[in-house]
Design a protein around this ligand. Sequence first.
Ligand SMILES: [Zn+2]
Length: 455
Amino acid sequence: MSGEAEPLIHGNSSEQRNYAHDDAEHEAAQQQSRALRVRTIVWSLLGLLFIVGIVIGLVGPDYYADHGWSGALPKDPDLAARRLLDMAPVIDGHIDLPMVARYGWRNNVSAIPLHDKMPMHVDIPRLREGRVGGFFWSTYVPCAGSSAEGKKFLNATWRVRDTMEQIDVAKGLIMKYPETFQYAVSSADVKDSIFQRKIASLLGVEGAHQLGNSIAVLRQYYDLGVRYVTLTHVCHNAFADSCGYIDMISPLHHGLSPLGFKLVEEMNRIGMLVDLSHTSDMTATQVIMHSKAPVMWSHSSARAVHNVARNVPDEVLRMIGTGEGQKDGIVMVNFSPAFVAPEGEADVERVADHVEHIARVVSKKHVGIGSDFDGIMDTPKGLEDVSKYPNLVAELFRRGWNKYELAGLTGGNFLRIFAAVEDVAHKLQSEGALPVYDVYEEREDMPSRRVGEAL
Ligand SMILES: [Zn+2]
């Protein structure tokens, strides 16, 4: 601080005050302009940091470093989409290629020709044309049905064996084409695959009915490389209620069962993504509140755009985010015409409507792509198979999405969620969280009391 200003503060004669007045005014003006300059610089720096933070936060610093992209996208939407996807390829949350292998080839990996034109929506030439950088291979097997498994899900079924077979066929196909696919079990693996220009190949189990009511099976699926479990398919199971399909079905547990809460806790601890596609609104709500980790919908669209049970309602969407009382998460939009629009109206624009609705209600950082290709009988116009993803990107580019937002949609948002789930697992394990050993209470094949406990 300079001494000249001191009389203004300490001076006690009127002369001193008058004399000091002009100088002080000048000094004050100078100080004011200095302060203004400093403020401008500080705010500019903060603004710049904020923008850089948003950009990095959108898709992660590594992801950018790996791709080193710069410059504006071309004005032509189709060219822009292809250029964007060359740098930020699609990571699809749900593809049913293993189901095609099972029902089309009895899982004979040797006989399945992925370099040729496959009968459904997925093969290697079309994956490459569509700029796919990764996807979850769904190791789905159907619900057994209540007549087979009984009302309390106690009858033995082949669901765990069949799931093993689907894990096996997925891995077999991944290994059969090492120049195309790269097996992935972590967010770092996915980034590495993309860097290598391979297709990151992750495994997902589509329904807790595939767990044989056992949390031990969950852990073993994780060890086999599975990284998400959808809590239900179209049937209720011992852990959670399903939403049904087009129409809502009546609840059994009213959300999660007591064992379902434990399942979510164990998924958090081991780093298994909790997938809420197919679950009832109550199940989704309870999981969002109970889970310590972000959640995902591997293949679900927006109910406000097309009113079917399988789509996510706005009340649930509003629980997702990074604000107070919200949970981070991603809704990866399903292309199935039955979930997209009234019969005969599903096209790429309507799918973009679902993407934009979720982006409006939550934000563009919480939406992704989960086509359900190979698991749907019909496809929207303009999104007929895995070669057509660029059409969706082009449509959103036309609607004003910038390259960072588009890169979030195509894969960056999912990578953020995946890495956050891994972080939660590391944290819980380093804090010494114990494995969950709860057993389904209805089971009769184990003693109901521990050895040594009073009978
Ligand atoms: Zn599904």
